[in-house]
Design a protein around this ligand. Structure first.
Ligand code: SF4
Ligand code: SF4
Length: 361
């Protein structure tokens, strides 16, 4: 049995969310490498061929390291997932503004609040504004601008591009972001995936809470069943907020209880606001598999971490970027700096091990 599938079944599944619209290739590559070596089961990236290639390169490096590095556990490789959307969704947008319109005396709160260092002001005027590859659409910069100069641009997956993307890149899994009331849009997207679904090991459906959510999820299930691969219901509690504070995890824990109670076929996995407090909260709520429940229907299968996982490693990746900027070291990669690599893996492990080290049932 695939190791990621084993993790799902035993309730120890860990997914890294690089970001459905995060296209900063060095960061995607290095996050993938560190979290793979720490034992992640799935790496979720933007449906963009350059991003997929960067993640696949990191998986190859991790595979070589696991084979050749004595003392390193061979966790096996995680599944590679791409995220798609059937309509407007905050995960699939980018912030923009025209820096020429900014007052010269603005203290630039936008720059300070951005968790992805996507907002830059270049004194040499090479570029000032939002670095599009880095922005993952969290929206925190929008209300903070006193001039209300910042806006977002959304984009929707085009069904026609999905099939070739899935076939030609060999991804293992697809995640569809949807919202209550979008059955027709979901169906359109699903029809484009169906011809290739046999090549997938996993389909995930991510949906935030809303009136009629459970009925909506059942309609989706009836549309996609029967499915020959694993199915995950991702409970997207408070999207892209896990790095803000402990309490952001409460919404996804509550939502996971609601989805578990519905008894939908498939696995339930948390996301949206997950952080280092999530496992503690799940334990106190009795939602972890080893806690003696009679039925696995009442327990979650795993957790996905996005902004919290990225921010956790940002001190290391920032250091690496500074090294890269020195003219003589243009292409330093994380694995070429063993000290930073193992620091990154240790940090990643501090998060991955929270769900991995639960006793087996
Ligand atoms: S704060 Fe969020 S939405 Fe704004 S630029 Fe940064 S990542 Fe993008
Ligand atoms: S907060 Fe608004 S006005 Fe100030 S620098 Fe940022 S975008 Fe410009």
């Amino acid at each position: 049995m695939y190791k990621p599938l084993r993790s799902l079944k035993s309730g120890h599944w860990f997914k890294l969310i690089c970001g459905a619209s995060f296209q900063h290739l060095p960061a995607v590559r290095n996050l993938t490498l560190a979290y793979t070596l720490a034992g992640a089961d799935c790496i979720d990236v933007a449906a963009d061929s350059a991003v997929i290639a960067a993640a696949q390169e990191a998986l190859q490096v991790a595979d070589n390291l696991m084979v050749n590095h004595r003392g390193l556990n061979d966790h096996g490789l995680p599944w590679l997932m791409v995220s798609l959307n059937d309509g407007q969704d905050p995960h699939f947008r980018k912030a923009e503004f025209n820096s020429v319109e900014c007052p010269v005396d603005c203290p630039r709160p936008c720059e300070k609040i951005c968790p992805a260092q996507a907002i830059v002001f270049d004194r040499d005027a090479e570029f000032s504004g939002v670095v599009q590859e880095r922005c993952y659409g969290c929206g925190r910069c929008l209300p903070i601008c006193p001039q209300q100069l910042i806006y977002t641009r959304s984009y929707v997956s085009t069904p026609g591009v999905i099939a070739p993307l899935v076939i030609s890149t060999g991804v293992d899994a697809v995640e569809i972001h949807t919202q209550v009331g979008r059955l027709a849009e979901f169906e359109r997207l699903w029809k484009a995936i169906v011809p290739w679904v046999d090549q997938l090991k996993l389909v995930a459906i991510s949906c935030p809470d809303g009136d009629g959510m459970i009925d909506y999820l059942w309609s989706l299930y009836n549309l996609i069943a029967p499915l020959n691969c694993a199915l995950i219901w991702q409970t997207d509690g408070r999207p892209m907020s896990g790095d803000i504070g402990d309490g952001t995890t409460l919404a996804t824990v509550k939502l996971s209880q609601k989805v578990l109670a519905a008894g939908l076929p498939g696995y339930v996995q948390l996301a949206g606001g997950t952080n280092s407090y999530t496992v503690t909260k799940l334990r106190s709520t009795g939602l972890l598999k080893h806690q003696g429940q009679a039925s696995s229907l009442s327990t979650i299968s795993g957790i996905a971490y996005g902004s919290y996982a990225r921010v956790l490693l940002s001190p290391i990746l920032d250091q690496l970027e500074k090294i890269e900027m020195k003219p003589s070291l243009m292409s330093v990669r994380l694995e070429e700096n063993p000290e930073l690599l193992w620091q990154a893996v240790a940090l990643a492990d501090s998060l991955v091990s929270q769900i991995k080290l639960l006793p087996e049932d």
